[in-house]
Write a protein that binds this ligand. Structure first.
Ligand code: SF4
Ligand code: SF3
Length: 540
């Protein structure tokens, strides 16, 4: 196997024996084969589009299948095999309806299950010998994977945009062709542009369905009732779980990236929605054990399932773990059925309290704009000298303590803007406030980085600046998986420069591709805490 799509790629170059994430060689091969076949489906879908024979279902299917290959989303070989078969079937149906004909293997391969392993070995990342082509193609594919996840969440709430699907199809199809370096870089940057559209669509889906996030104190302690812990990013699952648990005597808690559900008015009205339990994804083995009750994983990040909670963890949507009960898709016009999880919860003891107190969040764009006058005054008076965007992902590496230390080291007149599970490195520190504005403003999930971009663009308007980089905002981004990749591409599209990225630069950037990013965008790796903080405060 060879996989280097996430920040924890072994030795900073790639996982070759087994994934640091727990992905085994066979699963890695199946995911490579799935991506290969999705490229073939995309090539035929492009033809269908040119003949006006393409409907949205193909775009959504491609999103969901790509989503299944995101780091820590789906480790279930059987599900990946089914996705491969469906991809080939959909491709062949489109070939028939369009009369598409080509000798290329990527649009013709129709192996049976017993041939999957051998084929996977031929089509993986390293099958492209040129390291710069490989780097640019994979950078694009990882951006598409992140976009796919956000687009799927929006679709679950009934929000779809054909332009996003069409870009994804043409970009994926493009990875099968010999494009020039300039064309490939163009596709990567276009991915950032479409990512802004995808995140805006998801923002619209979330806020028009559940209201605008508002300043909220989230309880991090527990009550005495049995509970269900819900993790991941899918708010539709959150809604249905809250509705189905109402009046059952079972409480609901969020974990990791589901924390921001606590900020939405539509969810706050449920008395049995208690708060958040635990931290970022990588501590789940301990936290799921002490939680005692069932856990519902709606998306990434799943870590290898431990015996202590194997019989009470469930997956849904594109998430999967072999042997773990998977809650089926909702039927058309209907809801998912979480009754099995609720029954399980009733037989479980209440969670063990692991901490007490509250954390404050809910600073998505509408809430920040409601405070705009206060924020602008604080900037004008010099009470706020700098905003530091520290959004992104958390991860296991001890080097990520850098982000905690930066939060502590930043002077009292700096405000941290955050989104994503990166926040767990500093959201429980007492960093105080500036005239009532907390020094850590949490916009929400990683996709709510859109809010941070929106806020930056609004401030640019208010301060009548021509260049987003003239704002008193610095970027110190933590990344782990492919959603952070697409968020990064979105920031580049918006013209943001001088981004610090850590804890390490992506293994999939070849030296030449890294050079392009450095020369054009001044992207840099994080350095030493004190030096970085001094540079950040100096606007460098
Ligand atoms: Fe390794 Fe990350 Fe790939 Fe998992 S997703 S196999 S940790 S590079
Ligand atoms: Fe975290 Fe997995 Fe990326 Fe949505 S839950 S940010 S790592």
């Amino acid at each position: 196997m060879f996989c280097f799509q996430c920040q924890e790629a072994a030795k900073g170059t790639g996982c070759t024996i087994a994934g640091v994430c727990g992905k085994k060689e066979d699963t890695a091969g199946l995911q490579d084969l799935l991506v290969y076949n999705l490229k073939g489906l995309a090539v035929v879908a492009e033809e269908a589009k040119s003949q006006n024979k393409l409907d949205e279902s193909i775009g959504l299917f491609i999103c969901q299948a790509l989503f299944a290959t995101i780091t820590n989303a789906n480790f279930d070989n059987q599900r990946i095999k089914e996705l491969i078969k469906t991809t080939i079937a959909k491709r062949d149906t489109l070939k028939l309806s369009t009369g598409f004909n080509s000798n290329e293997d990527v649009v013709n391969w129709s192996g049976v299950e017993s041939e999957y392993t051998a084929k996977a070995a031929q089509v993986g990342v390293l099958s492209q010998p040129n390291e710069d082509v490989r780097s640019l193609r994979e950078l694009l594919i990882y951006g598409l994977k992140g976009m796919a996840a956000y687009t799927d969440h929006a679709a679950m709430l009934g929000f779809q945009n054909n332009d996003i699907y069409e870009f994804m199809i043409s970009a994926l199809a493009g990875t099968t062709r010999e494009l020039s370096v300039e064309e490939m870089i163009g596709q990567v940057l276009k991915c950032g542009e479409v990512a802004v559209t995808a995140m805006a669509l998801l923002d619209e889906a979330n806020t028009s369905t559940y209201g605008n996030p508002e300043i909220t104190k989230v309880n991090i302690g527990v009550r005495n009732n049995p509970g269900i812990l819900i993790s991941g990013h899918d708010l539709k699952d959150m809604e249905e779980l809250l509705k189905q648990t109402e009046g059952t005597g079972v409480d609901v808690y969020t974990h990791s990236e589901m924390l921001p559900a606590n900020y939405y008015p539509e969810f706050k009205k449920y008395d049995h929605f208690v708060g958040n339990y635990g931290n970022a994804w990588w501590q789940q083995d301990k936290e799921f054990t002490s939680f005692n009750g069932p856990i519902l994983m709606t998306t990434n990040c799943i870590t290898p399932v431990k015996d202590a909670y194997r019989d009470r963890i469930y997956t849904t949507g594109m998430a999967g773990w072999p042997g773990v009960t998977h809650i089926a898709e909702r039927p058309d016009g209907g809801n998912k059925d979480f009754s099995e999880i609720i029954e399980k919860a009733k037989s479980c003891p209440a969670p063990v309290e692991i901490e007490t107190g509250e954390i404050v969040g809910g600073f998505a764009h509408a809430q920040v704009m409601a405070l705009a006058d206060k924020v602008v005054d604080a900037v004008k008076s010099g009470a706020i000298k700098r905003f530091v965007v520290m959004a992104g992902c958390d991860g296991r590496h001890t080097s990520r303590s850098y982000f905690t230390e930066v939060a502590q080291e930043l002077p009292q007149d700096a405000v941290i803007l955050t989104a994503g599970c990166a926040k767990y490195r500093y959201n429980k520190l007492d960093l105080g406030d500036i005239g009532g504005i907390p020094r850590v403003l949490d916009a929400g999930q990683c996709n709510d980085s859109y809010s941070l971009a929106y806020i930056a663009l609004k401030l640019k308007e208010v301060f009548e600046l021509d260049d987003i980089n003239d704002l008193p905002i610095s970027y110190d981004i933590a990344w782990y998986e492919q959603k952070a990749v697409v968020v990064l591409l979105a920031l580049l599209h918006l013209g943001v420069k001088h981004i610090r990225l850590g804890p390490t630069l992506p293994a999939f950037l070849s030296p030449n591709v890294a050079k392009v990013l450095v020369e054009n965008f001044d992207i840099k790796p994080i350095g030493e805490v004190k030096t970085d903080v001094a540079a950040i405060m100096a606007g460098k």
